[in-house]
Design a protein around this ligand. Structure first.
Ligand code: NAD
Length: 489
């Protein structure tokens, strides 16, 4: 076994040409035609078996995740749990959601209409490096269950774990060819992938999301865009410090700050600012950092030296413009090529990079607030709207605050995991954080087109032979009123 992320190349990945990508789609399309004809129950049996294989191989998957991304063991293992959770949810829910639904037609008794869900065809998935196994596999699972083929493009840094996951799905009985992988740099692979797809599922930065959305729009295909955040946490004055501290530390530093939903801004009540700040800084300062396949280090590496430089540049920019480093603030090449200390800043303003754009590293800014109104205003003062967190002992009060935050997800007394792991509820971003959602019924139905199959049992639309058209119109208008009164329409 290779060491946990060293910065060295692990393998040479073949880089797909446009012709390779077109061939991958052609193969997936051929397999999809048969797959879509399988009864849903038979398709779901594959995922039932895959669930067992994915859980039984969690440690091998975690090894691959750590080697390619440098994340710590806790995050690697937790990531392996995501596809099985998605499978469990949709095994239960898909038969209900995908079943044809019979609805009334325009004329009671003699007409009907049925909502039928048909697969889109072949879905293109573009995945980021921060959760390559979860975004590569979990977003494909509902697409496949709904009868689609999939072509996934992982990030070049993190293709091994999704490749292993696809092998497990095939071992579980997924027809060969149905789930294809293409590799390459985004701008090289993206255009052909989008032009060949019937729907695009993208997870990544807001800047790339705009490029993907534009191209999907030109092709008149649907897309779901799960993008970045600048996620706030509001701590209310009745918070229980011990309850809050661990949740906040994980919310900021989990996956070394490379979780799209992680917290980058914490708003603390002025009356308890010193107490809460000192407790948080003390916790951050004592976090353990390192590269190991055991559960020892609380913090792993960042994904690459380039990304480490980007995180460092946000801290340097903040300090140059007047912010204070309360703890951390430095890269740690002595630990590994892309390690950065858990960092807590104070005095960050919107003029600083760390104050307005996503840092995506183990860096957080603390801010005091005087009133809840001010905290809500500051939390909403961003172009993003992916995730937020509210902490307080009085749940009703915390929920009232949560309702005022402009965000696709809000966690109360947790930072992020509760919302993300609630697979029955759609999860997505608002504002510049995305379009559409994963999870919930929406996360399955987005991979289908609706076909409206309508039946007319008797020719009653239009004037009857010999009926005067004025009389027919009069009859039609009065039946509209009658149907409304009887609540038929
Ligand atoms: P990125 O946008 O640079 O890359 C994401 C993927 O898109 C990669 O596979 C990349 O190769 C590809 N790509 C890049 N340019 C492309 C193009 N022009 N056409 C097609 N594909 C292209 O993002 P990243 O830095 O890899 O990932 C981190 C970002 O992802 C952060 O902003 C994070 O918040 C976000 N993210 C969001 C969610 C969510 O659910 N909202 C989840 C995970 C990560």
């Amino acid at each position: 076994m290779t060491e946990v992320y060293t910065g060295e190349a692990l393998v040479e990945l073949p880089q797909s040409t446009p012709a390779d990508i077109e061939e991958a789609f052609a193969r997936a399309r051929e397999a999809q035609r048969l797959w879509a004809q399988w009864p849903l129950a038979r398709r779901l049996e594959v995922f039932d078996r895959a669930h067992t294989l994915l859980v039984d191989n969690a440690h091998t998957t975690a090894d691959l995740l750590q080697a390619e991304s440098g994340k710590n063991r806790r995050m690697a293992i937790e990531e392996t749990c995501d596809p099985p959770m998605v499978i469990s949810h949709y095994l239960k829910r898909a038969p209900k959601v995908l079943a044809p639904t019979k609805r009334g037609g325009p004329i009671p008794f003699v007409s009907s209409s049925t909502e039928v869900h048909v697969p889109k065809g072949v879905v293109g998935i573009i995945a980021p490096w921060n959760f390559p196994f979860a975004t590569g596999l979990s977003d494909a699972i509902p697409a496949l269950m709904a009868g689609n083929g999939v072509v996934v493009k992982p990030d070049n840094k993190t293709a091994l774990s999704p490749l292993f996951g696809i092998r497990l799905l095939e071992e579980a009985g997924l027809p060969e060819g149905l789930f294809q992988v293409v590799c390459g740099e985004g701008p090289d692979v993206g255009p052909t992938l989008i032009d060949s797809a019937d729907y695009v599922m993208f997870t990544g930065s807001t800047a790339t999301g705009r490029v993907i959305g534009e191209r999907a729009g030109r092709n008149l295909i649907g897309c779901c865009l799960e993008l970045g955040g600048k996620n706030p946490m509001i701590v209310l004055d009745d918070v229980d410090v011990d309850e809050w501290l661990e949740g906040a530390a994980f919310g900021v530093f989990g996956n070394t700050g490379q979780i799209c939903m992680h917290i980058e801004r914490i708003y603390l009540p002025e009356a308890r600012y010193d107490e809460l700040r000192d407790a948080f800084v003390q916790r951050a300062a004592t976090m353990t950092m390192g590269a190991a396949y055991d559960f020892g280090p609380e913090l792993g590496s960042l994904v690459s030296p380039d990304h480490c430089e980007r995180v460092a540049s946000h801290v340097e920019d903040a300090v140059a413009k007047g912010a204070t480093v309360l703890t951390g603030g430095r890269a740690r090449p002595d630990v590994g090529p892309a390690f950065f200390e858990p960092t807590v800043l104070e005095g960050v303003t919107k003029e600083m990079l760390a104050g307005c754009t996503e840092t995506f590293g183990p860096v957080v800014a603390l801010h005091p607030y005087r009133s809840v109104d001010e905290a809500v205003r500051l939390a909403n003062d961003t172009d993003y709207g992916l995730n937020a967190s509210v902490w307080g002992t009085d749940l009703e009060r915390a929920e009232t605050v949560a309702a005022r935050i402009e965000s696709g997800n809000v966690n109360i007394n947790d930072a992020l995991a509760t919302a993300y792991a609630s697979k029955g509820t759609p999860s997505g971003g608002v504002k510049n954080s995305g379009v559409g959602a994963r999870h919930g019924d929406q996360g399955l139905l987005k991979y289908t087109d609706v076909k409206n199959v309508a039946v007319l049992r008797k020719q009653v639309l239009g004037a009857r032979p010999g009926q005067d058209y004025d009389a027919y119109v009069k009859q039609m208008l009065s039946s509209l009123k009658l149907m409304k009164r009887l609540r038929v329409r």
